[in-house]
Design a protein around this ligand. Structure first.
Ligand SMILES: C[S@@+](CC[C@H](N)C(=O)[O-])C[C@H]1O[C@@H](n2cnc3c(N)ncnc32)[C@H](O)[C@@H]1O
Length: 217
């Protein structure tokens, strides 16, 4: 192939952010609080451009039923919840009350807390409590990488035909090309599983750390 991909330098990333609609006060404060209160874990938060993308996509698709695996302090859930159609619902799965207590505060502040249900505990088990039939319009997976394939296998059958599954960190800082660690291999194995899955068509978008966007056929 002769196509040369664009290297996203720090300067170009800054430019990209400066030429995207800026975050509103709620999002800006959530990002600031997460960085200040959880400096060692703040890199787990999705990028602002991903947050904007999630909200726009949710709105454009008219999403009514959504699931998120991996909520942390709430930026992705806030973005999805704000984009939901009237009467829409988001069910979030996370293992930590410490992180998600922050999320709850921001959901309330943005006036979307009544659209979100949070289930605390290991997501691999808790996802099984969802209805078995295809009922989801949108899925966002962003939790422990070792369980990505499990989450995928629980959620693909529950996604409606035409619905989207988004999976974060699927380029894993580029380490998927030559996996070394257990988490490298988990993400690379997940990517191999997903691309071979004939129930979906998919593209990996080079946004932030890589975002797989899969459409259920
Ligand atoms: C990368 S962070 C999610 C970031 C979030 N999407 C955001 O927008 O800020 C990963 C989250 O997965 C959660 N997590 C890790 N292992 C989990 C498990 N087995 N079940 C459910 N959640 C888990 C962590 O507590 C953490 O909040």
């Amino acid at each position: 192939m002769s196509f040369r991909p664009l290297p996203l330098t720090p300067e170009l990333h800054e430019y990209l952010l400066a030429h995207s609609t800026p975050p509103d006060d709620v999002v800006a404060e959530l990002i600031t609080e997460t960085r200040a209160a959880l400096p060692r874990n703040a890199t787990m938060q999705i990028g602002f451009e991903q947050a904007a993308f999630l909200r726009m996509l949710t709105t454009a698709l008219g999403v009514r039923r959504a699931v998120e695996v991996g909520t942390f302090t709430g930026l992705s859930s806030l973005s999805i919840a704000r984009g939901l159609a009237d009467g829409g619902r988001l069910t979030c799965f996370d293992i930590s009350t410490e992180y998600t207590d922050v999320a709850r505060r921001y959901w309330k502040r943005a006036g979307v807390d009544d659209r979100i249900e949070l289930r605390i505990g290991p997501a691999a088990e808790n996802l099984r409590s969802l209805p078995d039939e295809p009922h989801l319009d949108l899925v966002f997976i962003d939790a422990d990488k070792e369980s990505y394939s499990t989450y995928w296998n629980e959620l693909v059958p529950r996604t409606k035909s035409g619905g989207l599954l988004l999976v974060d960190n699927t380029l894993w800082s580029g380490r998927v090309v030559a996996p070394q660690s257990e988490s490298d291999r988990a993400v690379a194995d997940f990517n191999a599983l997903a691309v071979a899955d004939t129930r979906v068509e998919l593209v990996i978008l080079p946004i932030s750390d890589g975002l797989t966007m899969a459409r259920k056929l």
